[in-house]
Structures are given as structure tokens and as C-alpha cells.
Write a protein that binds this ligand. Structure first.
Ligand code: GLP
Length: 261
């Protein structure tokens, strides 16, 4: 894993936006995997800025979101579809048909999961997958104990995750207990993963993900087996990493070799 430690949340967003803008410019038909949550909001705001100011072109980009709450339709204020429409899709020129978020109202749900996997395959797979991380080390909604080989599935949310996400709802009772979520196996097939984490509340999960043992108890730790994962962390999220000095040193030294890569 390539670990970059930057000053603060803005710097995470800046660095991630540079990587995604560069990738879209290089391949206008990029297939992007996207995440919800507070963490990628700054990244999405910068992509909208890049579209407006520099004409970053999303017209041929395809997107697949990681997950959606079961029971919430696209119009629901807290649905991940609505979040994406508001935070990114509405501000860039992506074709609505090319944006995919699992349908939380689908029946049967298991068919929706299979269809989602098929659509990702038919799009040629995901080129870059953006990821946040939950406090219990989950990525997407792959809570502790989820198979590291899992595909898109109906995922049960832990009480902690429901409490963490309750800030967006009127009460924790309103937070759905299930979601449709890409599996760890699905995420591992993305050609590149970009994991973002900010704040002291994520420090323990980040440590376990990057430096702990690979275990389904911290599903993000599977990324240690991914051939091209970049983690972008701020100082607070990186605070518990044993090898933080090494990661910083590598980052500082990169210019020595960049042109030869
Ligand atoms: C949810 C999402 C995850 C996200 C996590 C962290 O559980 N399913 O994809 O990474 O929250 O969210 P935040 O970025 O708000 O801390």
C-alpha cells in the first residue's frame, strides 16, 4: 500500500482530486467507483470545481457507488443516490444513465445484487475505487466478519455504524439496519483503490487496516493484498501508525524516482 500523510482534510481532498482529475484526463472513459460519507465530500467539491474551471469532462465517465441503504428510495433525503446527485453528479456533466447506485427498494434484493455485479463486469470493471473507512474498519458496508471474498450482497449494519450514521437522520431508529453493499471481493477487483481517512476517530481503524493482520474482523485490511492501493490520511488519522516516519520519508523521496517510473 502507498501511504500518504498530509496535513489536514483539505489536503486529503486536494491530493485525491489531483489523482482522479489526472486519471479522467488520461482516460476519458474511466470507470469510477465512488463512496459516500463525509470523507469524500471535499474531493467531490473539488471535482466540481475542476469541471467548472478547467472543463474536466465527465461525459464519458461511468460510476458505480459502493452501497445503498435498503428501504430508501432515490428521493429519500438520506439515500446515497440523493447524496451523490447533490454532492457530485448534479455539478458535473456525467450522463445520469452512466451513474450507478444499488437500488435500495429492489425486490428481490438478491437479484439486484447479482445485477449490480453484472453491470460492473459489463462496464469492463472499475478503474479507480474511492473508499472511506468506518470506525470498525469497514469499507463500503462490509462490517467485521464479512467474508474477504464477498461479492455485492445484503449487509447487516452494526449498532456502532448505525450510531455513527445517525447524525444524518432524525434518530438512530430511522437508520436502516441493512444495506446493499459491494463485497470485499468486488472491491479487490478494482484496478486501483484510493482510501481516504480523516480525523482522530479513524486512527485506530487506519492502523489496523494498514499495519494490523489481514482479517475479516477489519475488512479494510484486505487492501494489504491489493496490488495498487493508495491511502491518503491526515495527521490525525495517521497518528497511530508505527511506520508513519517511513511513509513520510518515502513521500519526500518520490521525486527522486518519479521520472523513471
Ligand atoms: C458509511 C459508508 C462507508 C464510509 C463510512 C465512513 O458506513 N458505507 O462507505 O466509508 O460510512 O463515513 P464517513 O466518511 O462519514 O466517516
Amino acid at each position: 500500500m502507498d501511504v500518504f500523510i498530509v496535513k489536514d482534510y483539505d489536503a486529503i481532498s486536494e491530493r485525491a482530486a489531483e489523482i482522479l482529475s489526472g486519471a479522467i484526463t488520461q482516460n476519458p472513459r474511466l470507470v469510477l467507483g465512488l463512496a459516500t460519507g463525509s470523507t469524500p465530500e471535499g474531493l467531490y467539491a473539488r471535482l466540481i470545481q475542476a469541471h467548472r474551471a478547467q472543463g474536466l469532462d465527465f461525459s464519458q465517465v461511468t460510476t458505480f457507488n459502493l452501497d445503498e441503504y435498503v428501504g430508501l428510495g432515490p428521493e429519500h433525503e438520506q439515500s446515497y443516490r440523493r447524496f451523490m446527485d447533490e454532492k457530485l453528479f448534479g455539478g458535473v456533466n456525467v450522463r445520469p444513465d452512466n451513474t450507478h447506485v444499488p437500488n435500495g427498494l429492489a425486490v428481490p434484493l438478491l437479484q439486484e445484487c447479482r445485477d449490480y455485479e453484472r453491470m460492473i463486469r459489463e462496464a469492463g470493471g472499475i478503474d479507480i475505487q474511492v473508499l472511506g473507512i468506518g470506525r470498525d474498519g469497514h469499507i463500503a458496508f462490509n462490517e467485521p466478519g464479512t467474508s474477504l471474498g464477498s461479492r455485492t450482497h445484503v449487509a447487516g449494519l452494526t449498532r456502532q455504524t448505525i450510531e455513527d450514521n445517525a447524525r444524518f437522520f432524525d434518530s438512530p431508529d430511522d437508520v436502516p439496519r441493512f444495506a446493499i453493499s459491494m463485497g470485499i471481493g468486488t472491491i479487490m477487483e478494482a484496478r486501483k483503490c484510493l482510501m481516504l481517512a480523516s480525523g482522530a476517530g479513524k486512527a485506530e481503524a487506519v492502523r489496523a487496516c494498514i499495519e494490523g493482520p489481514i482479517t475479516s474482523m477489519i475488512t479494510a485490511s484486505a487492501l494489504q493484498m491489493h496490488p495498487d492501493t493508495v491511502a491518503i490520511l491526515d495527521e490525525a488519522a495517521a497518528a497511530k501508525l508505527d511506520r508513519a516516519d517511513f511513509y513520510r520519508w518515502q513521500d519526500e523521496s518520490r521525486h527522486l524516482i518519479e521520472e523513471r517510473l
